[in-house]
Design a protein around this ligand. Structure first.
Ligand code: ASP
Length: 325
């Protein structure tokens, strides 16, 4: 009798252990990384750099899928409803996972409820940029020109909810200007339009513009962070340039749908951590002006806190900026 009980107990232990073992098998097939903007923009670039390294660590392909529209909120809403198994994750950012809450009263997902945070991938300072022919030599002249000519100026952005939209909303509200807002599917294509002189100015994450600024293809008037970026040492901070109220630092981070098993989230977070420690990945991210999170700023808990404080911060900023039109 005792032996039978022991035997049954043993089976029960094995059965209970099976799901845990199966979870640690993750991933055993391709991981789909959704980028909520067009290829060639900051979000896409960061996803490709860290995704490539994570794929090597986890020994499965990481495939980037660009799903564009509505400032990244279409893709975010889709990923929030995906099967929570870790095989579909999203490279979100300050717009999709914070500012969108105040910008869309009917947002169909809650960034702080419907996602399992995986980790912060990069901090991305935001710059005030203009086409190379823009008739202003510094931020003060830019500000006067935009105030006086807003009616005939075109401002590029990546959709309501994007970083470029939100941070230029802040800039325009500081200047009291209402230019024509021209939406693109990401700041990759918006940058192409800026270089071609089809639009006058935009605000964007530093990633992807360093080389264009240095080669004179576009102008950069200021960076919205307290310190200059080592990647662009000649671009003044907004404070140095006379507009200290323009504080704009964005970020990109990986999220899985809420309900993703913890061991799966942990494996993804661990692989992201390894990517951020890799000398080659660091070199590439730093050259693009990204700020690599330190140990305390990494992982699911740190990202959870960041999302909630950023929702707060941008909700206040957007309300103070007034109506969107
Ligand atoms: N910079 C984003 C991109 O990756 C778009 C945005 O949020 O402005 O295209």
């Amino acid at each position: 009798m005792l032996a039978t009980l022991r035997f049954l107990g043993c089976i029960a232990t094995i059965v209970a252990a099976v799901p845990a073992l199966a979870q640690t098998d993750f991933p055993n097939r391709t991981v789909n990384v959704v980028v909520p903007f067009a290829a060639g923009g900051p979000t896409d670039t960061i996803a490709r750099i860290v995704g490539e390294h994570m794929s090597r660590t986890l020994k499965q392909p990481f495939v980037i899928e660009n799903i564009v529209g509505a400032g990244g909120t279409i893709a975010s809403s889709r990923v929030a409803k995906e099967k929570p198994d870790g095989y579909t994750i999203i490279m979100g950012h300050m717009g999709t996972h914070a500012a969108s809450v105040a910008l869309y009263p009917k947002l169909t997902y809650k960034p702080d409820v419907d996602f399992a945070p995986i980790g912060l991938a990069a901090g991305t300072p935001v710059l005030v940029l203009a086409k190379k022919e823009f008739p202003a030599k510094d931020l003060k002249e830019f500000a006067s020109y935009v105030k006086a000519n807003a009616g005939k100026l075109n401002m590029a952005h990546a959709g309501v909810g994007s970083v470029s939209f939100t941070t230029c909303l802040l800039l325009n509200s500081i200047l009291g200007a209402k230019p024509t807002a021209v939406p693109y599917t990401g700041t990759g294509p918006a940058l192409t339009a800026l270089i071609a002189g089809q639009v006058d100015y935009m605000c964007d994450q530093i990633v992807n513009v360093v080389q264009q600024i240095e080669s004179g293809q576009i102008k950069a008037y200021a960076i919205g962070t307290p310190e200059r970026s080592p990647a662009l040492p000649n671009v003044p901070t907004s404070k140095e340039a006379g507009l200290p109220e323009f504080q704009a630092q964005a970020w990109n981070a990986l999220f899985a749908p809420r309900g993703t098993p913890q061991p799966v989230v942990d494996r993804l977070a661990g692989a992201l951590d390894q990517a951020l420690d890799d000398p080659e990945v660091r070199k590439r991210l730093l050259a693009l002006g990204s700020v690599i999170p330190d140990r305390a700023g990494r992982g699911p808990q740190a990202l959870e806190k960041l999302v909630s404080s950023e929702i707060d911060r941008w909700t206040k900023t957007i309300r103070a900026a007034g109506p969107l039109d």
